[in-house]
Design a protein around this ligand. Structure first.
Ligand SMILES: [Zn+2]
Length: 439
């Protein structure tokens, strides 16, 4: 990819007439913006009449992702909502950033550097809000279901983990229990799905598990033992068996509200995307030198970063020793009350979303947006630290035999444990005392 070429992505959605901008109008605006930014050439990726909410894939978007994957790129769109509407589409895009640099320029609403924390956070706010809206718009509850709801019963049909009478189904309930336990020590839904498939556990509808199925279980009302009477939106006392404790339910909801951690992304190496660069603070990526030596390096900074390149074998060995040693100490981190954490984070997220909407709609300028956002950002950071303390505590409560078995057999488990017990590794010695970890 030549640096003087911008990638233009155009999409028209069939079902959102209020935001309607024709392909030609988007094209004209995007081309003009690319020219203003100094790009001489443009390459277009177009999806026409594809609803972002349908099951159909967007071929133009997929081609765009493939281009981004191979080289640094600038993507020009008419509005951010052309690019992704569902959280998993954004995460797919962010996943690519481990190996590439992507800058997003939008005709409406300014530019976002998705390689930077604030750009990612902002993009996630927007997509979370769009998704929330669409889920509510699409909600249609049948009369019979409402009546069941009114009596505190599960929806009709089968429910993974439960029998028809609302009692637990022992095998499936055990799997759900495992999913919750793994999620709360830091495994991502995708990693959990891989592990279940690897262990030969059949998915709810047969075949392989995927991240979406795991996420559906984690977000389900039946897991959180809550039921709403749709016409009144009143909470009804659920009368089916409870599978997890109230605190665990609160922590799962908290985890789903906080931005996913970079380190929760899948990787085939122990520390890729986990170690931070001592020079610039970015996450290091794994690679292999032309002499075949495995390394972790700060490749995303395009050679301008003075940060060191680390020998991967040596780092893996050193961090493994440190993590296992932390586990064997059996210390107890201080954990803040889950319900308090959840309320604080929920309020901050709602405020952030409304500021982001105001900014996107032009009612708030960039400086005004930053001023409103910064204190909330800090609230989220503190909340993230509180949630991390719970992850630490849960890892430390694992039975010794189980810990060592899973350490030996599961890479996602090792990565989760390292993130929980040794946060913010920067490639200096991880063998420091744990005093600074438990705050
Ligand atoms: Zn660096």
């Amino acid at each position: 990819m030549q640096p003087d070429t911008a990638l233009i992505y155009l999409r028209i959605s069939a079902n959102r007439t209020s935001e309607h901008a024709s392909i030609q109008q988007q094209r004209d605006d995007c081309t003009a913006l690319a020219a203003r930014l100094g790009y001489i050439r443009t390459v277009e990726f177009v999806d026409e009449a594809v609803s972002a909410y349908g099951e159909r894939t967007r071929p133009g978007y997929q081609q765009l992702l493939q281009r981004i994957a191979v080289a640094p790129a600038t993507v020009v769109v008419w509005h951010l909502d052309r690019l992704y509407r569902r959280p998993n589409e954004l995460e797919q895009l962010l996943d690519l950033l481990d190996t590439s640099q992507v800058r997003i320029e939008a005709v409406q609403g300014g530019s976002f550097d998705l390689n930077r924390h604030e750009g990612r956070l902002f993009a996630r706010q927007l997509v979370a809000f769009a998704n929330y809206e669409s889920a509510h718009r699409g909600a249609r509850v049948a009369r019979a279901q409402q009546q069941r709801a009114g009596r505190g019963l599960l929806h009709g049909g089968s429910h993974y983990g439960y029998q028809h009478n609302g009692a637990l189904e022992p095998f499936q309930a055990g799997i759900v229990r495992q999913i919750v336990d793994d999620y709360l020590i830091g495994l991502s839904p995708t990693a959990i799905a891989h592990e279940l498939t690897r262990d030969g556990v059949p998915a709810p509808r047969g075949g392989k598990w995927n991240g979406t199925t795991v996420s559906e279980i984690l977000t389900s009302d039946r897991l959180h033992h809550r039921r709403f009477h749709r016409p009144t939106a009143n909470l009804i006392v659920a009368i089916w068996d409870q599978l997890i404790s109230d605190d665990e339910s609160t922590l799962v909801q908290l985890g789903l509200l906080l931005p996913p951690r970079d380190a929760s992304r899948s990787s085939t190496t122990l520390l890729g995307g986990i170690l931070r660069c001592r020079g610039c603070g970015r996450r290091l990526v794994a690679g292999v030198t032309r002499f075949g030596r495995r390394i972790y390096s700060c490749r995303t900074a395009l050679a301008r970063c003075p940060g060191p390149t680390l020998d991967a074998c040596q780092m893996d060995e050193q961090i493994t020793i440190a993590a296992v040693e932390q586990f064997s100490h059996a210390w107890r981190p201080h954990v803040p009350p889950p319900e308090e954490l959840l309320q604080t984070i929920r309020t901050a997220r709602e405020d952030l979303a409304s500021f982001a909407i105001s900014f996107g709609a032009g009612r708030l300028d960039h400086n005004g947006y930053l001023t409103m956002r910064d204190p909330l950002d800090r609230v989220l950071t503190v909340g993230g630290i509180g949630f991390a303390a719970h992850r630490q505590a849960r890892v430390l409560r694992l039975a010794t035999a189980e810990f060592h078995h899973r350490w030996a057999t599961s890479l996602p488990f090792r990565r989760a444990v390292i993130c929980a017990l040794l946060p913010d590794l920067d490639g200096t010695s991880p063998l420091e005392p744990r005093a600074d970890l438990s705050g």
